[in-house]
Design a protein around this ligand. Sequence first.
Ligand SMILES: Nc1ncnc2c1ncn2[C@@H]1O[C@H](COP(=O)(O)OP(=O)(O)OP(=O)(O)O)[C@@H](O)[C@H]1O
Ligand SMILES: [Mg+2]
Length: 234
Amino acid sequence: MEQTKNEEILRMTNICKDYEMGGEILHVLKNVDLTVEKGEFLAILGPSGSGKSTLMNIIGCLDVPTSGHYELSGRTIADETESALALIRNKEIGFIFQSFYLLQRQSAAQNVELPLIYAGMPERKRKERVKEVMEKVGLSDKMDHLPNQLSGGQQQRVAIARAVANNPSILLADEPTGALDQKTGQAVMDLFHSLNDEGRTIIMITHDRKIAGHAKRIVRILDGIISEGDVEDA
Ligand SMILES: Nc1ncnc2c1ncn2[C@@H]1O[C@H](COP(=O)(O)OP(=O)(O)OP(=O)(O)O)[C@@H](O)[C@H]1O
Ligand SMILES: [Mg+2]
C-alpha cells in the first residue's frame, strides 16, 4: 500500500453526541475535534463511560452525531444516504471488537469471506484473498476451524483477517485485547504494528494505557472531552 504523507483520512469538527434518557439529556461527546492522517496508528485512551465506543460508532458511521461536522475520505458523512454509508462501512472501514463477533456456525475462512461477498467480489478472487489474509494473520492452517475450535487470540486474528479483507482505509478497533490475556494481546498488537508498517491507518480505542502505548499517537478522552497527548494520571 502506498503511503502519502500528511494526507487527511478523517476530520471531525465540533462533534457532539447527546442521549436522551427519561426526559434528561446526557451530553456524551462534547465538541470533539479530531483529525487523523493516512498511515497513522492512533490510540484513543479513556476510562469506562468516557464516550469511547460512542466516538468509535460515529467514526465508523454506525451512528450519527447530534451536531458537528464529520468528513471521512473527503466525504461529508451527514450528506450520504444509508446505502452509501453501508458501502463505506464495508469498503473503507475494518471493524475489530473486544468480543470478536464471529459467526459461530461458519468456519474461520467463511467468516473472512463474508465481507468480500457483500462487496461483490467474484468467487475465485475471494478464495485467493481469504488465503492471503489468513496467511497474514498466521492462521493458514486453521481455515476450516469453527470459532469455538480456536483460542481467543486466534479468534481475534480471524476477526482481524476479516477486517482487512476488503483492504479498508481504516482499521477501527474497540478494546481489541480486552478479552485476551497479556501474551495473546501482545501477539495481536504485533499484528497491528505490522499492518501499520504496511501503511494501514489504525484507530484503536482502549482504557488500557499499556495497550495505548503501542500507538504512535495517543488522544485522551475524559467525560466526552478530547485532549491531545498522554498524561501521567491516565
Ligand atoms: N444508547 C445510549 N443511550 C443512552 N446512553 C448511552 C447510550 N450509549 C451510551 N450511553 C452513555 O454514554 C456514556 C458513554 O458510553 P460509551 O459506551 O461511549 O463509553 P466507553 O468509554 O466506551 O466505556 P467502556 O470503556 O465501559 O466501554 C455512558 O455514560 C453511557 O451510559
Ligand atoms: Mg466502550
